[in-house]
Ligand binder design. Structure first.
Ligand SMILES: *Cc1c(COP(=O)(O)O)cnc(C)c1O
Length: 449
């Protein structure tokens, strides 16, 4: 089945054709798309994006689409934002990349200081994806416990049911979505799974808190950390819980001696209506993971933030062997840091968070107007929203087809399970948000009837 190939070197390297059909043909032959069933990709209509402007993506035929999922939850201030573009160009005139292993540079230093000021944490460790940021946090929590007096029995993690923390194996181990993670179980470490409701329902939350209390009592002394997505479990289909539920869980974990690890990869940088979701829960953490929106959605950059107390667990003479032996080649890339600094400037100078209210309101009203008879539930926190539809046979792929049908009206959305997900850039106008929700409603009628 995996036989050695005999046709090497097989083909001359030619310039690819630049027309849409030629590009898509090459894509079909050579590209492996993430989270995508190849057989579906081969047969369904494909979009090839050529450029973008503000919150619109423009395909190779010139058609425009509202980017209602922020290019997978990362775009913040729109595409080709003049200030971020200029910051990257300025940085390009000094240096594109230099390492953080044994050297340092101004953009990474300034960004670290500003992230600490925004979050109340003390130390910033850079990486390049949300998965890595979580992976690093897990290793930091584990090693910090091992290297502090009395912590050596703390070798496990607690995580929420239906959690998503990324796709590398440590992050998958604390993840709890069977569809994504099930096949890898033999490779993963086990963790204590804390039940979590899918919506802020007081009765369900009380029940989950009671079960959590038992679990923390039983496993507390073995826990290195407790990792969670605050307020919104995005990839699980925008499952949501209340701020008081989260505060309750965090108090239990803290009491049990576990380090608190917040994964704000999706919720960070304004998505829930505040700069970070933790602000709404009134919870302080030991480790914080950020990624997606950090550069305004421009370049791959992530950060794991830590308290000074965690950092202190790693100090000592070299031969005490307390160093965190972890680091990626593109850690703290200067171009990405420059983009992140420009994005933070925009947040500050334009008072972006204060301006979110009418957009959040438009999203609330918009999803209420999605009133097709198959709508089961609507969920929203800030600018993160989902409309669940059903029941449909899984192989009918109705939510997926509805998402594809939205493109006919010039709107890009995606589904997660039975949920059609919307997560517009913070710069999308209320009017554009209404166009997106209107397109979903119209697509539902066309696809389902
Ligand atoms: C997307 C996401 C990740 C993974 O980030 P990548 O940059 O895709 O590796 C981790 N945690 C949460 C909550 C996410 O939404």
């Amino acid at each position: 089945m995996f036989a050695e190939r005999t046709d090497w070197p097989p083909r001359p390297d030619r310039a690819p054709p630049m027309d849409t059909a030629g590009l898509l043909d090459l894509d079909l032959r050579h590209v492996w798309h993430p989270f995508t069933q190849a057989d579906e990709w081969a047969t369904e209509p494909k979009l090839c994006i050529a450029s973008a402007e503000g919150v619109e993506l423009i395909d190779t035929d010139g058609k425009r689409y509202l980017d209602a999922v922020s290019s997978l939850w990362c775009n913040v201030h729109g595409h080709r934002n003049p200030r971020i573009d200029a910051a990257i160009r300025r940085q390009l005139d000094t240096v594109a990349h230099t390492t953080m292993l044994g050297l340092t540079h101004a953009p990474a230093i300034e960004l670290a200081a500003r992230l600490c000021a925004l979050t109340g944490l003390d130390r910033v460790f850079y990486s390049d994806s949300g998965s890595s940021a979580v992976e690093v946090a897990l290793k930091m929590a584990f090693q910090a416990q091992q290297q502090r007096p009395g912590g050596s029995a703390r070798t496990r993690f607690a995580a929420l049911a239906e959690a998503y923390h990324g796709d590398t194996l440590g992050s998958v181990s604390v993840g709890g979505i069977d569809l994504f993670h099930g096949v890898y179980r033999p490779l993963l470490f086990d963790c204590v799974r804390i039940p979590c409701p899918d919506r802020p329902d007081p009765e369900a939350e009380t029940r989950c808190l009671a079960q959590a209390r038992t679990l923390f009592a039983e496993h507390g002394p073995t826990l290195a950390g407790f990792v969670f997505e605050p307020l919104v479990q995005g990839a699980a289909g925008m499952r949501m819980h209340s701020a008081s539920f989260l505060a309750g869980l965090c108090a239990m974990a803290r009491e049990a001696g576990a380090l608190l690890i917040a994964d704000e990869v999706a919720t960070g940088f304004g998505r829930t209506g505040t700069m970070f979701a933790l602000e709404q829960a009134g919870v302080t953490v030991d480790l914080l993971c950020v990624a997606k929106g950090i550069t305004g959605g421009y370049l791959p950059l992530a950060a794991t933030l830590a308290t000074e107390a965690v950092y202190d667990c790693f100090r000592g003479p070299y031969t005490a062997w307390k160093t965190l032996f972890h680091g990626h080649t593109y850690t703290g890339n200067p171009l990405a840091c420059a983009a992140a600094l420009a994005s933070l400037d925009i947040f500050r100078d334009d008072d972006v968070i204060a301006g979110l209210r009418p957009k959040i309101e438009a999203l609330r009203n918009g999803i209420l107007l999605i009133d097709h008879r198959t709508v089961i539930e609507r969920r929203q926190r800030g600018l993160m929203a989902a409309v669940r539809i059903g029941p449909f046979a899984t192989d009918a792929r109705v939510p997926h087809r509805v998402a594809l049908a939205c493109r006919e009206d010039g709107v890009i959305v995606r589904c997660l399970g039975d949920a059609i997900v919307m997560m517009p850039p913070l710069s999308m106008t209320p009017e554009q948000i209404r166009r997106c929700t209107g397109a979903i409603n119209a697509a539902l009628s066309r696809v389902v009837g």
